[in-house]
Each structure stands twice: as C-alpha cells, then as structure tokens.
Design a binder for this molecule. Sequence first.
Ligand code: MRU
Length: 365
Amino acid sequence: MKVNGVHYRSIWYDNELAKVRIIDQRWLPHDFRIVELETLNDFAVSIRDMWVRGAPLIGATAAYGIAISMENDASDDGLQNAYDVLMKTRPTAVNLRWSLDRVKMELSEIPYEKRAEEALKLAHYVAEEDVGINKRIGEFGLEIVKNIAATKPSGEPVRLLTHCNAGWPATVDWGTATSPMYHAHEAGIPIHVWVDETRPRNQGAMTAWELESHGISNTYITDNAGGHLMQHGMVDMVIVGTDRTTAQGDVCNKIGTYLKALAAHDNNIPFYVALPSPTIDWRITDGVNGIPIEERSEREVTHIQGRTTGDGIGEVKVTPEGVPSSNPAFDVTPNRLVTGLITERGISAASQEALAEMFPDMLEG
Ligand code: MRU
C-alpha cells in the first residue's frame, strides 16, 4: 500500500542490492525506516524483536530468512539450523511454522547446489501468495460491508471497529482485517473505523497511520472504549485479524480481542475475523487449551514509546518502581463468539464442519 504516495510492501527483495529489505516497524508510525536483513541472525532478531510483526509477515520473513541462510550453508545441517533458529523466535503465530515447514520440505528434496536459488524463489512465492490471499479476503469482506451499507440511510458510513494492526504492515500487502476497508473505500462505500489503541505496544497507532495515509476516516480509541461505543449503537461490525485459528474456528489474536468479542456478542454486533488459510492450525481444536500464548517482556507494559516534544522518539515509564507486570501477548476468542471467518475462499462459519468443507485439501492426514 502507499506511504506518502509511494507504493511499498512490508518486505521485498532488492534485486540490485541482492538483499532483503523491510520496513522497521519498531518506529512506526513516528518514523519510516527501511533496513536490510543480511544474516540468519538478522532475520531471527527482526521477528523476535518485532521489527516485522503480524502473522502473515512473520511467515514471509521466515521464508526469506531460510533463503538467505542457504547462500552460506545449504547442507541439510544448515537447513535444519536455519529452521530451528527461526522457529524459536515467536511462539503464537502459526504462519511461522507453516512457512518454515513448507520451505524446508521443498528444499530437502533438491540437491544442495540448487537450494539457495530455489529457496529465494520459494520465498518470493510465499510473499506473492500472501498478497493474493489478502486481496481475496478484501473482496469477500467487501460484500459484508456492502450488505451493512445497504441497511443504512444513503451516505451514512459503515462503522467498523478493529483491534491491533492486521493491516498491510502485518502482511506483505493489503492487510487482512484492513483489506475489506480498502476495498470498500475504493468502491466508494463510506466507512469509519474505530481503531483500538492496543496496549501494550499500541499497534493501533500503526492502523490509524495506514488508514489515514489512504484517506480512510478513523478515530483512535482506548482499548476500554469499544464496549461503550457498542452499547450506544456506534459500531456496525467488528473485524480483527488472527495469529492462529484452530480447526474448529477458535481464534487467537492480540490480547484484548476476546473482550471485544464478548462485548460484540452482548450487543448483537457481528464479529468477523479475517483469516488467511496459512493461519489455520489444523492440528489443534480447542484454542483456549491448545494454543501457546507468547509472554513478552514486562518492559512493554511498564513503558510506553511515542514521539517526544523534542521531535524524537522516546519512552516513558508509566508504572511505579518495583511493581511486577505481566504481558500475555495474545488471547483466544472461542468460536461461539465469532460471526464468520473471512477467508480467501469465502466466508466460513467458525466451526469444524464449515472449515473442513471450505478447505478439504488442507485437512491434516
Ligand atoms: O504481536 P503482533 O503485533 O505480531 O500481533 C499481530 C496481531 O495480533 C494481528 O492481529 C495478527 O497477526 C493478524 S495480522 C494480519
């Protein structure tokens, strides 16, 4: 999508430099910095420390990480080592495993001397595929937005609420939850987006930034405001992304998503999840008990980063000295609270039967 009128993806291969480049998201929305990832360690750090983030982008970055590491050591041991190093970076988004398994399996079957070249092609393929998936999610999601718009007086915006950033920076392009927003905007359907701040890391600021860059009307709200807005008829639908969705449609997304789903359910507001199929973990059924939840550092809770008055980027501490903090990064929304899963193949009910019917070719053994 565009930044100051220039089209960017969140990760790309620069053919002239023969290097992978990313937007370093640690500084968004305050500063737009592009960096190169050159070693396996660079890739691992970039995922672990959230220079890149969002389930689909984590998957694509891991694929490029294997590709670059194959340039140095394309042996079976080198492949396994790259796989292990990258797999350890973040535990919840299943796209990481999906991408690493896929690339490793394909590379294992070809001779060492061809691996570097093939791995790069595979990484390009994973990235392109993500773009196509997200575009289709947008097309299907657009139909939902259109249907809601049809129930409103002409010109009144459809009001969507979203949590975290499931936008284009979290994917290779388009975003998942934002793709229907971009499609609706392009189709001339008026929309307004309530953007949850999403403490502790405030990924909502990135969502507000990307929507604003595309001229989409939005309002940044505290994480606690959504229930109130829903009670007062100010939200028409909730749409969020997912880091791992189970075979029965339980959805694991950024911490706080579950509370939004509860509030939506209590107020009869549709709660949709934009779900690319690589984010489905067919091995797990019960999300609450089966999905590993990443526990991140206390510092993300005790401190907040933002633009300082001196025009720099700085941190302030918000908690008193010595008080312990806890930082579970994701939570699970059970399928009963999910109105529908917007996938690249269409909209599925959040149930084992419906998902199996939509993706019969992907079911585990
Ligand atoms: O911790 P993050 O910023 O990687 O978490 C991102 C999310 O929770 C997104 O909603 C999810 O990955 C879907 S991205 C299209």
